[in-house]
Design a protein around this ligand. Structure first.
Ligand code: ATP
Ligand code: MG
Length: 814
């Protein structure tokens, strides 16, 4: 019986269709950016649920489309000899049930999108498909069976910051200093050991054998780290995959259960899987070998985290008889963007080599803008967006991509000044804020009493007179007696060392026990409110009354929206531990809700798999992108170039790449040369603007020279106003001669504002009617001078009241 699913393959090209219909056996779909890999994956799942293996065939008939597929049902009644064979095959339908399909992708955001698109095609039954990230799938598997590995199923998940704190503690106890043994470095070693499936003891043996003194120390830290996590019943991100693989490999019945359950295993972004993830995928698909992996060797950008391109390159050897399908048509980008990206990636040696084509129009050229400094760059981006908006685009059509999170700051400020709504993905995430971590720590400690790390975080927070010495003593006692911190604190009276603190500790444990009881009785949102009050956390913030504390209080309350969100979307019976799982795996990519209209900002890494009409790649300078570490390191340079390819190919209609003649970053001003990647784009696809293009030939082949890193004093035109470069980029337009140099002709108000003086400010007054390019008609309702600029409040007819900085706003207002 066929499910009532509406499928239409008529939009797919023949190769895509072939990949959709080839349901059985191993399949590698290897293709460049924007060629429809993810699209195929989604159609494949839909097809599995509608026809299952019935559709599998090597020769895909030209005519397989929804109409024909439907017609097959009546074939028996009205046989047409020309279609007999294919029709018979297609009539052997064997739909797969949703829970027999597991689709794994790299980011939560991508997993969410996958689910949404499946739901659109398949209706509610899509909910039962395991469509998730590696980590969420593994957490699900572990919650069921981790007890076999000696953990409790209520385990906690430690994020990277948590792990670092544990390492720091161990370093302290071991007398190792954080400078010679940086926690991040140690975690790197641990992570690589885990990727090779080495537990602490094995790793230590190996290091001791090698006689490497330093490594042996690190291995000892690993052993202790492992012990502490186990004691706290906690898993770090790598453990989640490692223990799942161990579980599947060591317990036949568990393995068989999942191999039987999952008829089809599909993996997107396969080029970024590491060894453990590969093991996981191939184990899950172990029985039937119905494994479909999708990827692009040119977009492998996580080698630094242990991802190995080998997984994709050796797929054909791994699975004899695997079908390999390549896609060559790009459907995402206009031709100039695609050709420019192709030209850049062509400079890499180690690639399989493939070229994409498009039948879309040429579109706009890639716009390369050289800014005077980082302010100018940010203002340029803001101005382009505002002008797009007046031309009918939405905020969410725009994405700003950068190499490092730290680069977001300037852009953010320019957006704030101009009233541009934006959302940062990554960076300081909501869940990284101290107050949010505090509340989550309470929840974790309530959920899992053995979570020592979280317990130490909140035991005296808000302050309840439990001093640092007491906490340290209790921690020592826990270590000595092999009990958890909670047990020690709870039985404080038994320990002479804790006598004095015992009453306070008693009050604390009583409160926690009450809360634990309430957690079992109340629904989550009500419980959370109770928690915020009873712990005294809200009261502490309310007392302080600074702006920061108000924001903190808002964040504390904001966590309840996450709880609500979780309840609204929970697939399984909602629970406190379910909620904690979800947020532990929550990278900020989830925050990017494409329904919300705002500009998104993120690192190039986070942008993988996404697409936007207009993309700004900022900071395209030697020393930043490619990063200083990659210069002189051919392998790393190739990885940076792949990242550049990923970034460029996110753009559908328009791609901007910007650099600055000098830039302040991390408190230092550097003069970087434009990135070699810009030089790799043939002139024909580029339109240059901005200041100080060195020369045409510099962008030719081999014209690049090592960057000169000169440290200059902080520029006097720091705010980017006085030297005029500020308005050059957009108002003077693109003098594409490549020698545009400094600001050309003044173009309207924008330039008059580039020397903002007291004289310019009075141009606008309270009560003035204005027209803003992006926000439309409005009335100035307030004007407060602020250090050479002014904060202007404007009530716009359509966009509501906004507070803008006058200098920035004036450029778009008449
Ligand atoms: P990436 O490598 O960046 O992950 P991808 O190969 O997964 O890209 P998709 O995201 O699936 O590519 O598709 C890129 C764009 O092309 C999407 O907007 C998709 O809707 C569109 N597309 C895919 N296939 C077709 C097709 N046959 N006809 C028209 N549009 C298509
Ligand atoms: Mg994709």
């Amino acid at each position: 019986r066929r499910a009532a699913i509406a499928l239409d393959y008529s939009n797919l090209n023949p190769e895509q269709r072939r990949a959709v219909l080839a349901t059985e056996g191993p399949l590698l779909l290897l293709a460049g950016a924007g060629s429809g890999k993810t699209t195929v994956l989604i159609h494949r799942i839909a097809n599995l649920m509608k026809y299952g293996r019935g559709s599998d065939c090597d020769e895909v008939p030209e005519w397989v489309g929804e109409e024909e597929l439907n017609a097959l049902e009546s074939y028996v009644a009205n046989p047409d000899p020309a279609r007999k064979e294919a029709a018979e095959r297609l009539c052997r339908v064997d739909p797969a049930v949703p829970w027999s399909i597991i689709a794994i992708t790299f980011t939560n955001k991508a997993a969410g999108e996958l689910k949404a698109r499946l739901e659109q095609m398949l209706g509610a039954s899509a909910n039962d498909i395991w469509a998730s990230t590696f980590h969420s799938a593994c957490v699900r598997i572990l919650r069921r069976d981790i007890e076999r590995l000696g953990f409790q199923s209520s385990f906690t998940i430690y994020d990277t910051a948590d792990s670092e704190r544990v390492i720091k503690d161990i370093n302290k106890d071991f007398g190792l200093d954080d400078k010679s043994f940086p926690p991040k470095t140690i975690l790197g070693y641990i992570s690589r050991a885990k990727d090779a499936m080495k537990l602490g003891a094995d790793y230590l043996k190996e290091c001791e054998k090698s006689g490497d003194f330093r490594l042996t120390k690190i291995a000892k830290v690993y052993v202790e780290y492992e012990r502490r996590l186990r004691e706290a019943n906690a898993l770090d991100f790598d453990d989640i995959i490692l223990h799942t693989v161990r579980l599947l490999l060591n317990f036949d019945d568990v393995r068989q259960y999942y191999q039987k359950k999952f008829r089809y295993v599909l993996i997107d972004e396969y080029q970024d899987t590491n060894h453990l993830q590969y093991l996981l995928a191939s184990t899950l698909a172990g029985g039937r070998e119905n494994i479909c992996v999708v990827g692009d060797d040119d977009q492998s950008i996580y080698r630094f985290r242990g991802a190995t391109i080998e997984n994709i390159l050796s797929f054909e050897q791994q699975y004899k008889g695997a079908r390999v399908i390549r896609l060559e048509q790009n459907y995402r980008s206009s031709r100039n963007i695609l050709e420019a990206s192709n030209a850049v990636i062509r400079n890499n040696q180690g690639r399989k080599g493939k070229e994409l084509w498009t039948d879309q129009g040429e579109g706009d050229k890639v716009k390369c803008y050289t800014a005077m400094n980082e302010h100018d760059e940010a203002q340029f981006v803001a101005a382009q967006i505002l002008s797009d908006l007046s031309a009918g685009k939405a905020w969410k059509d725009h994405a700003v991509l950068y190499r490092m999170n730290a680069q977001s700051n300037q852009i953010e400020q320019a957006f704030k000044k101009n009233g541009i709504p934006y959302r940062i993905i990554g960076g300081i995430r909501f869940f990284d804020r101290a107050e949010v971590k505090d509340m989550v720590a309470y929840l974790c400690a309530i959920n899992n009493p053995n979570d020592d790390l979280r317990l130490s975080r909140i035991i005296n927070n808000p302050p309840r007179g439990i001093g640092a010495t007491t906490i340290e003593r209790a921690q020592d006692l826990a270590l000595q007696t092999g009990r958890s911190l909670w047990e020690v604190v709870k039985s404080a009276r038994e320990f002479p060392e804790l006598q004095k603190a015992a009453p306070k500790l008693g009050q604390f444990t009583e409160m926690m026990e009450d809360l634990r009881r309430l957690a079992g009785e109340m629904d989550l949102p009500a419980f959370y409110e109770e928690l915020v009050e009873r712990t005294g956390y809200a009261a502490m913030l309310e007392q302080k009354k600074t702006i920061e504390d108000r924001t903190r209080l808002e964040n504390v309350h904001e966590l309840s929206s996450s709880i609500q969100n979780y309840l609204d979307n929970a697939v399984e019976e909602p629970s406190l531990s379910g909620f904690l799982d979800e947020i532990a795996l929550y990278t900020d990519l989830d925050n990017h809700d494409s329904g919300e209209d705002c500009v998104v900002m993120m690192t190039m890494h986070s942008a993988k798999g996404l697409e936007f009409p207009v993309v700004f790649v900022v900071g395209v300078e030697e020393g930043i992108f490619p990063g200083i570490r990659a210069i002189g390191e051919p392998d790393e340079m190739e990885e940076e170039r792949r990242l550049c390819y990923v970034a460029m190919t996110r753009a559908k209609e328009r791609l901007y790449m910007t650099c600055a003649s000098q830039r302040m970053l991390f408190g230092r001003t550097n003069a970087n040369r434009p990135s070699r990647f810009l030089g790799e784009i043939p002139e024909a696809y580029v339109e240059k603007s901005g200041r100080n293009f060195r020369s045409e030939n510099e962008s030719g082949e081999g014209g690049w020279q090592p960057p000169q890193r000169r440290v200059r004093p902080k520029p006097v035109f720091d705010r980017g106003y006085s030297a005029g470069g500020y308005s050059s980029g957009y108002s003077a337009g693109a003098g594409s001669s490549g020698q545009t140099g400094q600001t050309t002709a003044p173009a309207g108000r924008g330039v008059s504002m580039s020397r903002p003086t007291a004289a310019a400010l009075p141009n606008f007054q309270k009560g003035d009617s204005v027209v803003h390019k992006a926000f439309g008609k409005g009335l100035i309702t307030g004007l407060t001078p602020m250090g050479g600029d002014a904060l202007v409040e404007i009530a716009f007819e359509k966009s509501g009241t906004k507070k803008l900085m006058l200098k920035a706003a004036a450029q778009h207002m008449t």
